[in-house]
Write a protein that binds this ligand. Structure first.
Ligand code: COA
Length: 152
């Protein structure tokens, strides 16, 4: 299926549902609460299924005009591995190039943590052209935070 990703108005209820579908990645209630709160106001991009329901969501931060950060990216569990995440990155990247944005950034769990789900997540971002930049303790000792970056 050819997925279309477009800018959307905030969809916090959809964010809550999508996060709940992937508890292995998003299992901390406090962190999920922060993401749902962020979904009320942050720039939102969605992919919708045939019934109009949201199957993929990305929230974007713009810290500086030259950079766009994928603050939250999540695809409904039933739709993993079908190109939804790829469609979201490609759409945001195309828009970023048109705006003159030079860098895409994402933070994710680093490889010094053994979680196999996040290993697939990093593989996804690497396939999308992101490079690991630096692993930091921004999220504390237990959750190494990897900065990944893609030059446009
Ligand atoms: C990571 C994620 C956004 C990718 O979106 P997606 O629609 O599943 O990915 P696509 O179908 O466009 O791309 C598939 C590629 O992603 C990789 N991938 C990463 N996580 C995957 C997953 N949970 N299921 C299937 N494929 C996954 C696959 O290995 C595949 O690469 P391959 O063709 O070499 O096998 C999505 O799987 C997801 O929401 N995962 C859980 C939450 C998460 O990790 N969010 C990012 C946190 S920083």
């Amino acid at each position: 299926m050819e997925w279309m990703c477009r800018p959307d108005s905030p969809v916090p209820e959809a964010a809550e549902q999508l996060l709940a579908s992937v508890p292995e990645w998003f299992g901390l209630p406090e962190a999920n609460g922060d993401y749902i709160e962020a979904a009320r106001s942050k720039e939102t991009w969605t992919v919708k299924g045939e019934d109009g329901g949201v199957v993929g969501l990305t929230l974007v931060d713009r810290h500086f005009p030259h950079v766009a950060e994928l603050h939250l990216m999540v695809v409904d569990r039933q739709h993993h591995g079908q190109g939804v995440g790829t469609a979201m990155v490609q759409a945001i990247e195309q828009d970023a190039r048109q705006r003159g944005v030079k860098l895409l950034e994402v933070k994710t769990l680093g490889a010094s943590h053994p979680d196999s789900g996040y290993a697939r997540t990093r593989h996804f971002y690497e396939q999308m052209g992101f490079l690991p930049l630096e692993e930091t303790d921004l999220w504390g000792d237990q959750n190494p935070c990897l900065f990944m970056i893609k030059a446009l």
